[in-house]
Structure formats: C-alpha cells, structure tokens
Design a protein around this ligand. Structure first.
Ligand code: PLP
Length: 453
C-alpha cells in the first residue's frame, strides 16, 4: 500500500522544528533533540521513521481503544465523506449519522441517558457541561446555584473552562484568567496524601466529606454541581478508596447538587465496564465523553444528559450553545463503526474477564515488593505505578517528577510508550492488547523501572 510518509527522519525533524509548535512542550529543548517521527501504526504497535517498532502502552493519549488501523473505521469515514461530508444541525436540520449515533449511545449508556450533545473534544465537553448545568438550574428557578466543585489534581481539559475545572496549578501559570464560580476540594490520593495512621476507607470518607464541608461553606442553594473523573487519569491513575464515590453521591443527593462524571478517559471500556462510574457503583447526572468515543480516529466529544436534565433543556426554549462541528457526520459515522466494534467483538467484556485481570496480575507480579515501586493500582486496562524512594514507609522521591521523566525516557528508548505523571508511571494500552503484548509491555516496563532504580 502507498505510504503517506515520503521524507527521511532528518528532513522531517528539520521541518518540524522550523514550523510546528507542539502542545505541552519545551520547543527549544525538543528542537535540539529532535522528535521521534511516528509514521504508521497497527493494532498496539507504532513505527517510527527509522523503522523501529514501538509498543504503545498508552493507546495514544488514552484514546485508541479498538487499536490502530481498523479497516471498518476507515471505510466508515470514506463512505460518509462521499455521501455527506459535512452538514450542521443548527437550523432545523439533522442527518442520519448523528441520529444513528445518538440512538446507539442511548442503547449502550446506562438507563437515564437518552440524549447527547456533541462537540470535538473532552475540553469542549466540559465547557458544554458548565453551560448545561447553569441552564438546568435556571430552568428550575434556581439561578443562584452557580458554583461547581472539582478536585485538586483533576484534569478536565485545556480550554479556559476546562483548565479552571481541572485542579492543576501549572495550567494557569502562563494564563491566569479563570472561569468564575469554580472551586476545588482535596483529591482521594491515598498513597500521596493520607496520614500514616489512616486506613484507605477512612481516608476516602474524609476526602468525600470535604465536599459536604465545601457545600455548607458556600451554601447548598448556591452549589450547582460536583465534577470528577471516576479515577483521575492525567493526575496519575489515582483510584479512590471504595468508600469515596458512594459518599460523594450521597452528599450530592442530600444537597441537590448535580453529579458529573468526566468519562473522557474512563468511558468505553477502559475499566472493563462501558463507563467507569459503573465500576465505582455510582449514578451521575451528566457524563463527559470523548477519546474512546471514536477511538481517536477523528476528533469527537459529547455530553450524555440524564433524562431529567434533558427534559428541562427541551421544555424551556433555546439552549445557546453549539459548535460548527457539533455532531460532524464523518466523526459520527466513525463513532458508530467504533462502538459497533467495541460491542460486537465483545472487546469490553474481554477487558473485564480476560485482558484486564491478566494485565493487573502481571503488573502486580512484576512490581509488588520492587525497590522503587510503592503501589500498583488500576482495573481493566489502566494502571498507575507509584515510584517511591522507600516504598514501605510510603516515602516519595524528593525529585519525583524528574525520576518519572527518567523512567519514561528509559521506556521510550526501549520502544515502549509509558507516560510519567509526576512520580507515577501510567499505562493504558489499546483494549485489544493480547496476552503476549501485555507480557511485552510489562517486561519493558520492568527493564525501565529497574534501570531507574
Ligand atoms: N477530561 C479528561 C478526564 C481528560 O483526561 C482529558 C484529556 O486528557 C480531557 C477532559 C480533555 O480532553 P481533550 O484533550 O480532548 O480536550
């Protein structure tokens, strides 16, 4: 087959350095080293322009759930581009792909989710969530319910609203402006933040009750919603103690505060459930979706809206929000093909019953008791490894972020993509990863972490 890459590595690097600014990158340093040029991918493997084969332990950016290179998705895009390449749904129009996708999502999502609003990314999804939340409370005659509560070290995107919802200070260092009425409470990060004498369950309850304290401080009549990733992804794959989410849900219900699950990473099978909030046994009012919705083949995000909220939006006139590409027909066609693969090939069930348990077991066998690994957490095909100077004493490295980057580079040089978020190494491979490929990921991760020690 014809390839799309026609130049050599040096030439690509020179052009990249001359014309391309990368996201979240120190371009001065990167241009000196030169980026690795990724030219093709299939299944769980990437190839660079020098012909090296790299195993992708991150599914791109936690998104390539069905793996790379699926013909079905390419065909869906091709057919749709020829049939109806673009049309919008703003002015009394709609089109088959967005209709079919919405019906399919209603079928796959848990019961009260029957309406979907589309955008292009997770960040835009969370912007949309803010608009829906405000609109909903206004329609209920409670416009004072404006505050949205999030957690520190959460990641909800890089738009101004997404970054404000997120709880990462560095997202504001170069752009201090924030959206009003967004406040933060502590994160349920047991390893990093629990007092030495506290059990995980007690810590989970304590962190959840910070929500109640914050609601009481602001006045429940002023609080619109709480937003959280079921497990924090970009924050380091932080799995809350099992006591955490039920208590959060109880508090939200008690004070009439909407519960928003940001399922951008957790959605579409990552934990072995279709949606990660199911893994934690709670029922949100809104879900932010992106990434696995199209397995990253084309950009698309969405918000899943509980019937009660959808009713309020439908019955109260115009909702002033939309994007040129809301419900883009090509993205919708690809999403449909992707969701059918996830469903019809039993990919999510395989994560729950086979690949997930195997992955979790292999990681624990490789790293339990390792001299610089403090904990291995995760479920399904997502995991976080805590790097620690003295694992048993829960003592973290003073220069943990640097240790993490060193480890990530050892992985990269060993042709494994594993990401470092501070002093936690994270893995999130495509959901189609085989047992042999899991063995390869774990062996390469072990070599890299041994080298880091
Ligand atoms: N929400 C979560 C939980 C995410 O992990 C991300 C991205 O990683 C986003 C939102 C933002 O999505 P996007 O990068 O598509 O805007």
């Amino acid at each position: 087959a014809a390839t799309t890459h026609t130049r050599g590595t040096a030439e690509y690097r020179a052009l990249d350095a001359a014309h391309h600014l990368h996201p979240f990158s120190d371009m001065g340093t990167l241009n000196q080293i030169g980026s690795r040029v990724i030219v093709k991918a299939n299944g769980v493997y990437l190839w660079d322009s020098d012909g090296n084969r790299i195993i992708d332990g991150m599914a791109g950016l936690w998104c390539v759930n069905v793996g790379y290179g699926r013909q079905e998705l390419a065909d869906a895009a091709y057919r749709q581009m020829r049939e109806l390449s673009y049309y919008n749904t703003f002015f009394k129009t709609t089109h088959p792909p967005v209709i079919e996708l919405s019906a399919l999502l209603a079928d796959l999502a848990p019961e009260p989710f029957n309406h979907f609003f589309y955008c292009n990314s997770g960040s835009e999804g969370n912007d949309t969530v803010l608009r829906i939340v405000h609109r909903y409370w206004a329609t209920q005659g409670r416009p004072d319910k404006k505050y949205v509560i999030s957690r520190r070290n959460a990641y909800h995107g890089s738009t101004i609203a997404g970054a404000t919802l997120g709880g990462m200070d560095y997202m504001h260092e170069q752009m201090p402006a924030k959206v009003d009425h967004i406040v933060h409470i502590g994160q349920p990060y047991f390893y990093g933040e629990a007092p030495a004498d506290m059990t995980p369950e007690a810590f989970g309850l304590a962190r959840a009750r910070e929500l109640e304290a914050k609601i009481l401080e602001l006045g429940a009549e002023n609080v619109a919603a709480f937003i959280g990733e079921p497990f924090q992804g970009a924050g380091g794959v932080i799995f809350p103690p099992s006591s955490y989410w039920p208590e959060i849900e109880r508090i939200c219900r008690k004070y009439d505060v909407l519960l928003v699950a940001d399922e951008v990473i957790g959605g579409f099978g990552r934990t072995g459930e279709w949606f990660a909030h199911r893994y934690f046994g709670v029922s949100p009012d809104l879900m932010t979706l992106a990434k696995g919705l199209t397995s990253g083949y084309v950009p698309m995000g969405a918000v899943a809206i509980h019937d009660r909220i959808a009713r309020a939006l439908i019955d109260n006139g115009e909702f002033n929000h939309g994007l040129t590409y809301s419900g883009h027909p090509v993205a919708a066609a690809v999403a449909i093909a992707n969701l059918k693969l996830l469903r019809d090939e039993g990919i999510v069930e395989r994560v729950r019953h086979e690949a997930g348990p195997y992955f979790q077991r292999c990681l624990r066998e490789a790293f339990d008791g390792h001299p610089i690994v403090g904990e291995v957490v995760g479920a399904g095909l997502v995991a976080g490894l805590q790097l620690a100077e003295d694992p048993r004493a829960r003592k973290r490295f003073a220069d943990g972020a640097e240790v993490g980057l060193l480890c990530r580079d050892f992985c990269f040089n060993g042709n494994l993509i594993m990401r470092a978020t501070g002093d936690r190494m994270v893995l999130s491979p495509p959901l189609v990863v085989t047992h042999d490929e899991i063995d390869e990921i774990v062996a390469k991760a072990k070599t890299a972490i041994d080298a880091t020690a």
